[in-house]
Design a protein around this ligand. Structure first.
Ligand SMILES: Cc1cc2nc3c(=O)[nH]c(=O)nc-3n(C[C@H](O)[C@H](O)[C@H](O)COP(=O)(O)OP(=O)(O)OC[C@H]3O[C@@H](n4cnc5c(N)ncnc54)[C@H](O)[C@@H]3O)c2cc1C
Length: 416
């Protein structure tokens, strides 16, 4: 009789199965399909993809500031040329503190790079990734979910919810977003530290051209970012991320477009000129979420399922894409060396390689909003001094810029 831990030869066997077809899951599927064309790969996504790609939470009305490291990874995957015309390059970043004197400017020229980042709507990243993936041999099942996961002596058995089939895989990658239900099935829990804030996102129509300037503004209620987007119908636009306490966020979500724009102008000032239009608004509760484990034998947790960050520093996807690129590289090298690519040793090697990058990025994204959330005059003085000092010291500013570009921990790697 078959025991729980033995393999079944009659079921379909995959080298790797990815649960979650968001931006991170698809990116891994694409990189692996390109680098390991003989591997049998399967992607499971809970929601059906429609032609606009809008159904996936990853491809909603949000925009992403892609770092230099992400550009390099997408370039290597042959995707950048399809995305570039939908991006707006960040030539300058202005960091300011409302009601205080601190202000710093970081320029691409000073940092010695073509751009400090590239802002693009998520739907274009989703559409580009899906187009590229369609040209590979990756199998996709959507809508589909995992009903049960059973560790085997070698690999894992996965019972699928919708089609009722059972499959086996050497490596199961869990990329189904923050508070992953799939990870929970394995007893991998999410540690959640709420920021007590909501992030309101919307596209904003501007009267004047933004000239590729991104603004990070810290207010007593929370940080806000206005990121340059490509023009729409000849009109300049930017992507707003506005963090607010829940009660104020609810008021802003319920406000008329006119009242919302008035409140935005009052809070942000006139650095970008007059704000004229606001698109669909969506509010996200903000929390730092980390998985209790990222690797086990035959299992990897990736993307928001592994770590979900405060959006103010625009690091979440960029970090995950570096995780993806490193994981693909580590798996490929293990395979070439004749090692078991899904062994705990190989997967711990991946985690070790990404550890410093993950820790530094988490700390940076976590500390920034906390520092600016404190409004006592001593802290305000400190943070203003920090901004002033940063403005006076080109080397410090260039380190901040490099962090934003995803180069702080990867000088020799994806960010180089
Ligand atoms: C307001 C805001 C602004 C941001 N701005 C930036 C930025 O500028 N730069 C940046 O780098 N990052 C940014 N981020 C972070 C970035 O959006 C995330 O890091 C990224 O979306 C994570 O992608 P993911 O694929 O891991 O997760 P998700 O986007 O959550 O995708 C998970 C996928 O899994 C699917 N799924 C869920 N459950 C199951 C299941 N049981 N079975 C199968 N599939 C399932 C979902 O349908 C979804 O498609 C921002 C985040 C927010 C909230």
């Amino acid at each position: 009789m078959m025991t729980e831990t033995s393999e079944q030869s009659s079921v379909e066997h995959y080298d790797l199965v990815i649960v979650g077809g968001g931006m991170v899951g698809i990116s891994l599927a694409l990189l692996l399909a390109q680098q390991q064309p003989h591997w049998k790969l399967l992607l499971l996504e809970a929601q059906a993809y429609d032609s606009s790609g809008k159904q996936s939470p990853s491809f909603d009305s949000r925009s992403t500031a892609l770092s230099w490291s992400s550009r390099k990874i997408f370039q290597a995957a042959g995707l950048w040329s399809a995305l570039e015309s939908y991006t707006s390059a960040i030539n300058n970043i202005h960091v300011s503190d409302r009601g205080h004197i601190g202000l710093t400017r970081i320029s691409a020229e000073e940092a010695g790079v073509e751009a400090l980042g590239y802002v693009i709507e998520n739907r274009w990243i989703g559409a580009g990734l899906l187009d590229k993936l369609a040209a590979t041999s990756v199998e996709m099942m959507a809508p589909e979910r995992v009903a049960k996961i059973t560790p085997l002596k070698s690999g894992v058995r996965v019972d699928l919810e919708n089609c009722g089939e059972t499959i086996q895989t050497s490596l199961l990658v869990i990329a189904d977003g923050a508070n992953s239900q799939t990870a929970q099935k394995l007893g991998i829990h999410s540690d959640q530290q709420p920021y007590g804030q909501q992030g309101i996102i919307a596209n904003i129509g501007l009267q004047e051209a933004h000239n590729g300037v991104a603004y990070e503004r810290f207010t007593d209620q929370g940080p806000m970012a206005m990121l340059p987007l490509p023009d729409f119908d000849g009109s300049p636009r930017c992507a707003l991320v506005w963090t607010q306490p829940p009660e104020r966020a609810a008021e802003l979500m319920a406000a008329s477009d006119k009242d919302f724009l008035t409140a935005l102008q009052e809070s942000f000032g006139y650095r970008m000129g007059m704000v004229q239009k606001v698109g669909e608004r969506v509010a996200y509760p903000l929390a730092l979420t980390t998985a209790s484990e990222q690797v086990r034998r035959n299992i990897v947790v990736l993307g928001n399922a592994a770590h979900s960050l405060h959006p103010v520093a625009g690091q979440g996807f960029n970090l995950s894409l570096r995780d993806v690129a490193t994981l693909a590289d580590v798996l490929g090298k293990a395979k070439s060396a004749g090692l078991e690519f899904s062994s705990l040793e190989t997967l711990e090697g991946y985690q070790q390689q990404q550890l410093a990058d993950q820790q530094n990025t988490l700390m940076f994204s976590d500390n920034l909003p906390k520092l600016f959330a404190q409004s006592s005059s001593v802290v305000a003085l400190g943070r203003n001094s920090g901004l002033v000092v940063m403005d006076l010291l080109p080397s410090l500013r260039s380190r901040f810029a490099k962090f934003g570009m995803g180069m702080a921990n990867k000088e020799a790697g994806h960010g180089s």
